[in-house]
Every structure is written in structure tokens, then in C-alpha cells.
Design a protein around this ligand. Sequence first.
Ligand SMILES: *Cc1c(COP(=O)(O)O)cnc(C)c1O
Length: 236
Amino acid sequence: MISANIDSVREAIARAEQAAGRAPGSVTLQVAAKHQPLENLLEAAACGITTFGHNLVPQLVESTAKLAGAGVLATHTVIGPVQSNKLRTAMDHADRIDTVDSVKQAVRIARRQEARIDEGLAEGPYPVLIQVNSAGADTQSGCAPEELIDIAGRIAELGLIRIDGLMTIGAHTTNAAEIHASFALTRELSEQMRKLPGLEGAAELSMGMTHDLQIAVAEGSTLVRVGTAIFGPRPA
Ligand SMILES: *Cc1c(COP(=O)(O)O)cnc(C)c1O
């Protein structure tokens, strides 16, 4: 079941890449792990999934430990909002935080990274994506699109953070034009951001979920985060 679903999602991504004239394999499939038991994540890993996104820090801690214990080599990122009292734990267990949306939060990450380097836990800057609230939704986190360039410039100057790119959820609607618009805006912001000094390589664009991954790939996504299409509907 999970294996067949992953095949279908991979085929959908491949078709979307081809339709958009993009190179095969230019989009990575990230499994959205929220609420999934370990055996489901192990099954996904057995299908060759190498990147997992976690919403909640306690689940991040538990599943990274268990997957590593089972010999799974994978990259784990945080795709949900992180409260400041959980930042330290999130950084110690995730390879990247994909939901940074303020300079204040970035300053905390930079401070903690300095301590991690002193403690021998890390070398170099901590990787992040900046989350953009591209649809201007009240219920979504992320910085306002018009603030992104300023925020990215200030975070880049902190030195101890490496901005890898942008993340967005996009318009939560069935209106394809609105979804296109929110993803297109994020891609344009990414292009603008990469003109800033030191950010030329910040090309990761995490956008697209089960219901809008084709649109996201058409608009330049490099990383789609998929849960439902792989595991079925989540328990309420
Ligand atoms: C749950 C979640 C996903 C996956 O959504 P599906 O619709 O189940 O594919 C992707 N990104 C974030 C931030 C999520 O919280």
C-alpha cells in the first residue's frame, strides 16, 4: 500500500517535471511524517525515501532516534512552527529547520549554534529555510511576502545561519489559479532573494503537498512534502 502509493506520487512528480520542461529528478519527495507510526516511516524508507519532514518536536526526537536505530540514513527537517523553548531540541535532532519566519527566531538559532559549536556538537552555520506566508492566510505562519527580502538579508548577516531557500504552504483552496499565484510569488521571491550577497545558492523551494504538488512543480518547487497521498487520510 505505502509502496504503491509512493510509486504513484513519484510518477505524478515525474509527469509534472516533464510537463514543466524540467529535468527528471529535479524535485525531491519528502515524506510528511506527522502522526505516522514508526513502521510506516520504515516502510517509506525501504522504498528509498531519504528525507522526512516533522511537524512536532517530540515526534521529531522520537522518530529520528528510532529510524537511526533501525539503520535508516535520512535527512530530517522541521516543517511545523517551533516554539522558542523547543528550538534547542529541534536543532539537536533535525538537519534543518524549514519554518524560520523572523529575525528574532533566527537570532536565537544563531546564538544556540554558537553554543553548539563551542560544545563540539556542530561545525559551521545551521541550515534553515525561511517560511513565507505566500497566501496571506491568517492561520498560516511564515513572514509576509513584502518582508522576505529584508528578513533574509538580516538573517544572512548573522553568519551562523545558512539560508538554503524558502518554504511555503500556499493558498488553501481548490481554486487552481490562486494556488498557482501563491507558488509563483514564492518563486519570484526566491529569485529576488538569490541576488543578495551570499544567497546565490539558496535555491531550495519547498512547496507542494498531496493536493497541489503538480502546480508546485510547474511553479518551480524543488521539494514536495507529501503525507496523505502516501499514508492515506490521517486519523482525526
Ligand atoms: C501535513 C503537512 C504536509 C503534508 O500534507 P498532505 O496534504 O497530507 O500531503 C506538508 N507540509 C506541512 C507543513 C504539513 O503540515
